[in-house]
Design a protein around this ligand. Structure first.
Ligand SMILES: [Fe+2]
Length: 478
């Protein structure tokens, strides 16, 4: 029995267990190897950490209450904190000692009337954490951001971006930084009789404005977008709500359960001029995408690199992992779209290595990139795997060497001092060590990710599999 238990524990399921423990006062952690001296700042990570609410397990990976983890690196030492985002949702459920609210894949608790009363989901604040304009924000794509204290991680409160976001308005978890202007751009989808996408611009000093509102012909799930110096690009894949989602409107069905794969629509791509709001539509073969890697203007064309998969099996994967079942979705590959002003769109796969959670070096944002960093897909863990780099010009990849019981998610690239190429980054990745029962932070050299990590920081617990994170230099927080 003991052996069986150990075997059950030593796998990916360990990453889908709740973590309730918070470390509010920073603790210094052991470091194996040597942290590069130039790493002076904080790695923020976020993800769902409460998968079970007072005995009720969520059905979907996206649903749990968000927890922020901060690893502050300074002088070669590492200090760690973690806290839940103290949303009103979590507060209400803690006060009741029971689950109340629904989320992406779990309906609100209770009978038909209670579900109807709670039909508007409340933010789980679990998808991305970004620092811009002096604010650290925890993001979730179906609600407003939650602001956190960047040092203590205490929750300051819900943030309406200076009054720009209404009570039920949402902003995505994938803002894009335009390094040339210092602006952060983002979007929010408004579902309704006419679904719309609003485009937002936040100035370097943190002032947000809604700059355009684009009506859509259908109601797709839109998780991410792409930004060039002149355009915002929305990839509207054919996974969408029905025209009148009755079950969703009555709180009987979740957003996730209401989505339908409609490959006959193809994939629609909208290029929106940042200045004028002019929309150019394109149509290509059906694929499903969660994440873009980067985009840029090339003469009059727009080039977008993203991770694409040819069917919707990944949507099932998110439920299966929460039920503890092995499920291998169709692989996701780095794919390039080229949009021409005459309405032509080209689509081609860039590499045969599966890749998700794509990132590029900071210097390449909105510019042509020569490397895409991400996680290869581990056979046993679908969306997660090992840190990897792909050269989009050749398709060649390099993958970090992990053992069978080690699983990583998104690597965060941190630009080295005086970079001369996209290789000049450190990659910071959380790696679950299911044998040790702990999560480590690996520091890999972006120029040689297959080499052993230069440093490993041992965290005091398993960090449940999360989604995204940011590196914030100490100098940009002061
Ligand atoms: Fe994401």
């Amino acid at each position: 029995m003991l052996v069986e238990d150990r075997m059950t524990e030593a796998d990916w399921r360990m990453g889908f267990r709740s973590l309730e423990a918070e470390i509010g006062d920073g603790v210094e952690l052991e470091v194996d190897g040597t942290l590069p001296a130039e790493l002076e700042g904080t790695l923020y990570r976020i993800g769902p950490a409460r998968f079970d609410v007072y005995g009720e397990r969520y059905r979907h990976w996206f649903d749990g209450d968000g927890m922020v983890h901060a690893l502050r690196l300074s002088g070669g030492r590492a200090e760690y904190r973690n806290r839940f985002v103290a949303t009103d949702k979590k507060g209400e459920e803690d006060a009741a000692g029971a689950r109340i609210h629904g989320a992406f894949g779990t309906p609100p608790a209770g009978g038909p009337l209670r579900r109807l009363r709670n039909v508007h989901p409340k933010s789980a604040a679990n998808t991305n954490v970004v620092f811009h304009g002096g604010k650290l924000l925890a993001l979730w794509e179906a609600g407003r951001p939650w602001r956190l204290d960047p040092v203590t991680l205490e929750t300051v409160g819900e943030d309406d971006l200076g009054g720009v976001l209404g009570k039920h308005e949402a902003i995505s978890a994938h803002p894009k930084l335009d390094r040339a202007t210092g602006e952060m751009w983002n979007f929010g989808v408004g579902y309704g009789p006419r679904t719309t996408i609003s485009l937002y611009r936040t100035s370097a000093d943190g002032v947000t404005a809604r700059v355009h509102k684009v009506p859509l012909d259908f109601a797709p799930m839109v998780h991410d977008f792409a930004l060039t110096a002149t355009k915002a690009v929305f990839v509207l894949h054919p996974i969408a709500l029905p025209r009148i989602p009755v079950g969703l409107m009555l709180g009987r069905k979740t957003f996730g359960d209401s989505l339908r794969w409609q490959p006959q629509r193809g994939t629609v791509v909208l290029s929106v001029d940042r200045e004028t709001g002019e929309v150019r539509p394109y149509k290509t073969a059906p694929f499903l995408t969660f994440h873009t890697a980067n985009a840029w203007d090339e003469d009059d064309d727009v080039v977008v690199d993203l991770c694409a998969t040819e069917d919707d099996s990944i949507m099932k994967f998110f439920y299966e992992v929460m039920a503890g079942r092995d499920f291998a979705p169709t692989s996701t590959y780095l794919t390039r779209l080229r949009l021409s002003p005459d309405g032509r769109i080209e689509q081609r796969r860039l590499s045969d290595v599966s890749l998700e959670f794509p990132r590029v070096a900071g210097r390449a944002l909105c510019q042509p990139h020569t490397r895409v960093y991400g996680a290869t897909v581990n056979d046993a863990a679908g969306f997660l795997g090992a840190p990897a780099t792909v050269d989009p010009a050749t398709g060649r990849s390099s993958v970090a060497v992990l053992k069978a019981h080690q699983i990583a998610g998104e690597p965060v690239p941190v630009t080295k001092a005086d970079p001369t190429s996209d290789d000049d980054v450190w990659l910071l990745a959380l790696v679950l060590d299911a044998q040790a029962g702990r999560t480590d932070v690996w520091v890999l050299d972006g120029a040689d990710v297959a080499a052993p990590p230069v440093a490993v920081v041992r965290l005091p617990h398993v960090v449940p599999f999360g989604f995204h994170g940011s590196w914030v230099r100490a100098s940009s927080m002061s």
